[in-house]
Design a protein around this ligand. Structure first.
Ligand code: HEC
Ligand code: HEC
Ligand code: HEC
Ligand code: HEC
Length: 106
């Protein structure tokens, strides 16, 4: 029981640091992708000021992009969708990384 309680405290501390609650959904502060080409860190919290939720989550469903892209027929794969979303906006904004190794570190 004591152990379970300690675990619950640990879990709630982690989620308090790692997520923001916005309109009832748990929004991660940071998302890390680990493709073979190199790790990409997306600071979600910093990106909340660059556009509204729908400018990235175009469907309004706050789920992972790969729950459709790369997993459902007729929809572009995850690499193309991420590159189009991330890189096109950075080019347009003239801010944020556009070079391969500026985003895929290591
Ligand atoms: C600049 C683009 C961008 C904006 C703006 C944005 N998000 Fe995200 N969000 C993302 C990306 C990219 C992910 C990671 C998706 C993945 O792991 O495939 C994500 C992940 C999430 C997740 C976690 C999904 C999961 O199941 O892991 C939630 C919840 C979420 N966003 C909610 C929001 C809400 C609410 C807003 C507006 C307040 C918002 N987002 C604004 C790009 C954005
Ligand atoms: C519920 C399903 C679903 C989710 C979740 C989803 N998409 Fe999409 N997305 C679509 C559909 C359908 C299209 C239109 C068909 C196409 O162009 O592949 C699309 C098109 C796109 C396009 C334009 C086509 C391209 O690949 O250049 C981009 C960019 C994109 N999505 C990015 C994202 C990002 C980033 C996320 C996560 C933050 C996301 N999508 C989450 C279904 C989804
Ligand atoms: C709607 C526009 C938009 C989208 C979509 C977007 N970004 Fe950005 N990003 C920006 C802007 C604007 C900045 C510069 C912020 C600043 O300097 O104040 C930035 C900065 C960054 C930075 C450097 C600063 C930091 O936050 O560490 C990284 C890394 C980054 N973006 C990664 C990504 C990734 C990965 C994606 C896709 C999953 C993405 N971005 C999608 C607009 C966008
Ligand atoms: C703005 C950030 C950003 C930039 C710039 C960028 N990428 Fe990506 N890339 C991503 C994200 C996010 C993913 C999706 C990772 C995932 O789905 O796990 C990805 C996926 C990939 C993948 C597929 C994953 C794999 O290893 O199988 C490859 C290959 C790739 N990128 C190569 C490149 C190359 C080459 C360039 C330069 C021309 C580039 N990327 C520029 C963010 C970026």
């Amino acid at each position: 029981m004591k152990k379970l309680f300690a675990l619950l405290i640990a879990a709630s501390l982690i989620s308090a640091v790692a997520t923001l609650v916005i309109a009832g959904s748990n929004v991660p502060e940071e998302v890390t992708f680990t493709p073979r080409f190199g790790t990409v860190t997306f600071n979600h919290a910093e990106h909340l000021s660059v556009g509204d939720c729908a400018s990235c989550h175009h469907t309004g469903a706050y789920v992972t992009c790969s729950s459709c892209h790369g997993t459902q027929p007729g929809i572009s794969n995850a690499k193309d969708a991420f590159h189009a979303s991330c890189i096109d906006c950075h080019k347009e904004a003239q801010k944020g990384p556009v070079g391969c190794r500026a985003c895929h570190v290591n």
